[in-house]
Design a protein around this ligand. Structure first.
Ligand SMILES: O=C(O)CCC(=O)c1ccccc1C(=O)O
Ligand SMILES: [Mg+2]
Length: 347
């Protein structure tokens, strides 16, 4: 019996605009995907983020081609979405959910070594704002149980950002991990200056200090205290080139931007072998893709805190969130498959 594939659009609103690099995200538009194979249903989500993935239109076109490929039984369903990361994420997730559901095991056990994982540590994501508001947001996150905070930086002067970080450090105390994400906005000299101050504030990870293209620059910034993580740089260069150039300590895996959980898993296998750390974050997605990212994180041995608590940035969602967050961790769903079964009918 053949695969039945369907998709339909959605739009989600954010609680407040989220600044990432040059872009300001206020809504998230995408597609829910439903796959049915031998009477088992799987769910996927394709939520493109221009600059990180294909456009919404290109995503829709690719999904239409995948549906055609499913309907004509050619089997070329994944070929149709090969070059569109978000569409590929959605289709491959719906199919993976089918398989894991048929096997009656949670999705993360299919992705990793099959062992049971109860929870994965998560970071709170704190947007760009003035020093008072940033410190208050970080403190609030800690009061709600987070033990790791990631702050957006790079929109202000290095001085202003360092003041924000110092205020956050005062507000959260010495035991909470503080990271920053500059989304590639610094010059090399600015990054050197920033990293000196960030090291003084005991910041553990600096995500994408320089533009995505810079490999040697990032290599040069390593070993000055904070670890260097590449996010945009991973999408631009791939793991091999980053390792070759010794350009990172940590890789940031965004399944939606990489083209699916399976692609991200391959990166994890590589980083494991090469002694790099990897952690998982979302692109501020609906509950289907966020839950998928939790499963991916659960498949990474000893994963550092991950950027998975982004559901709280949304005002509206696709359905009930099956993931509970407590004491700075996401409780990993143990139901079969993805663990989401009420979004297609309910929305
Ligand atoms: O990593 C996190 O804490 C949340 C995800 C996040 O910051 C993000 C969300 C959307 C687009 C880009 C980014 C980013 O990491 O730069
Ligand atoms: Mg980032």
């Amino acid at each position: 019996m053949s695969l039945d594939l369907q998709f339909r659009p959605f739009e989600l609103e954010l609680e407040q605009p989220f600044e990432s690099g040059d872009a300001t995200i206020t809504t998230r538009e995408g597609f829910l995907i439903r796959a049915e194979f031998q009477e088992v249903v799987g769910i996927g989500e394709a939520t493109p983020l221009p600059g990180w993935t294909e456009s919404l239109e290109d995503c829709e076109c690719a999904l239409e081609e995948a549906v055609d490929a499913a309907d004509d039984g050619s089997g070329a369903v994944l070929d149709a979405v090969e070059d569109t990361a978000a569409a590929r994420h959605g289709v491959s997730l719906a199919i993976a959910d089918c398989y894991a559901t048929r096997g009656a095991r949670p999705l993360y056990q299919y992705l990793g070594d099959g062992s049971r994982v109860a929870r994965v540590p998560v970071n709170s994501t704190v947007g760009d704002d003035d020093a008072d508001a940033t410190a208050a947001a970080a403190r609030d996150a800690v009061d709600r149980g987070f033990r790791s905070c990631k702050l957006k930086v790079g929109r202000r002067s290095v001085d202003e950002d360092l003041t924000r970080v110092e205020r956050v450090r005062e507000a959260v105390g010495d035991d909470v991990e503080v990271r920053v994400d500059a989304n590639g906005s610094w010059t090399f000299d600015e990054a050197v200056e920033a990293i000196r101050g960030l090291d003084d504030a005991d910041v553990s990870i600096v995500e994408q200090p320089l533009p995505a293209g810079a490999l040697e620059g990032h290599a040069d910034l390593r070993g000055r205290g904070p670890k260097i993580a590449l996010d945009e740089g991973l999408l631009e260069h791939g793991v091999d080139a980053i390792c070759e150039a010794s350009a990172a300590d940590v890789l940031i895996l965004k399944p939606m931007a990489l083209g699916g959980l399976d692609v991200a898993r391959e990166v994890v296998t590589w980083t494991d072998e090469l002694g790099l750390e990897s952690l998982v974050t979302t692109t501020i997605d609906g509950v289907v893709a966020r839950t998928a990212a939790v499963h991916l994180a659960a498949s990474v041995p000893d994963v550092p805190p991950c950027g998975l608590a982004t559901g709280e940035l949304l005002k509206t969602d696709l359905g009930r969130d099956p993931v509970l967050f407590e004491k700075g961790a996401a409780v990993v769903p143990q139901a079969k498959g993805l663990g989401i079964d009420d979004v297609w009918g309910a929305t």
